[in-house]
Design a protein. Structure first.
Ligand code: TYD
Length: 199
């Protein structure tokens, strides 16, 4: 599919503030007259719904089946949402993408680099990947105390420490690391500085 738009992926462990930052960036770009599609993974499609069922019972599938579900969900996301939006010239902001698979399913024992290579066979490479970084303890605190949620099976603290280490080791020219410990406005300003060159 011909690609005219821009794809920006937001990544990081749980509780980094990705969702808030996507809302702020989407609003700022719309004010500049850009057509923005904000989307997320897991999606609300057939595979995304199956993934959400695993939040309480991750052990009900094998690590291979789990990886396959995230890949199926992404294939559908690319075919139905990301690809068509890019072809129309829109700016796509995705809350998680294949770097999450590398980090989370990597933390579960798969090879992160192989996961990235398998995804890049069908998923457009983002123009920019913004990895928001906070200490694991702060991410966990935000999920538990501020959202009032209990940690799901993907979010146990030890697992997240492994996930964070994989995110920290990823490199590529499109990757930017942003400190997510400050207030939302300050983090947004840093993101704006980073994406400015894309437009
Ligand atoms: P999250 O962004 O918390 O989704 P929501 O709050 O909308 O349900 O993501 C759900 C979990 O899925 C999160 O803990 C990370 C995990 N995940 C993976 O393990 N692999 C992946 O490829 C993706 C996209 C997410």
């Amino acid at each position: 599919m011909e690609r005219k738009g821009l794809l920006i992926a937001f990544e990081g462990i749980d509780g980094t503030g990705k969702t808030t930052q996507i809302e702020l960036l989407a609003e700022a770009l719309r004010q500049r007259g850009l057509s923005v599609v904000a989307t997320r993974e897991p999606t609300d499609g057939q595979y995304g719904r199956k993934i959400r069922e695993l939040y309480k019972n991750r052990k009900s599938v094998t690590p291979e089946e789990e990886l396959a579900l995230f890949l199926d969900d992404r294939r559908e996301h690319v075919a139905q949402v990301i690809g068509p939006a890019l072809a129309l010239g829109q700016v796509v902001l995705t809350d998680r993408y294949y770097y999450s698979t590398a980090a989370y399913q990597g933390a579960a024992g798969h090879d992160p680099q192989k996961i990235i290579a398998a995804n890049e066979l069908f998923a457009p490479v983002p123009d920019m990947v913004i990895i928001i970084e906070v200490p694991v303890s702060l991410g966990v605190h935000r999920v538990q105390k501020l959202r009032g949620e209990t940690l799901n099976d993907f979010e146990q603290e030890e697992t997240l420490a492994r996930v964070a280490r994989i995110f920290a080791g990823l490199n590529g020219r499109n990757i930017r690391r942003i400190d997510g410990t400050g207030n939302a406005g300050g983090v947004h300003a840093k993101i704006m500085e980073n994406v400015a060159g894309l437009f």
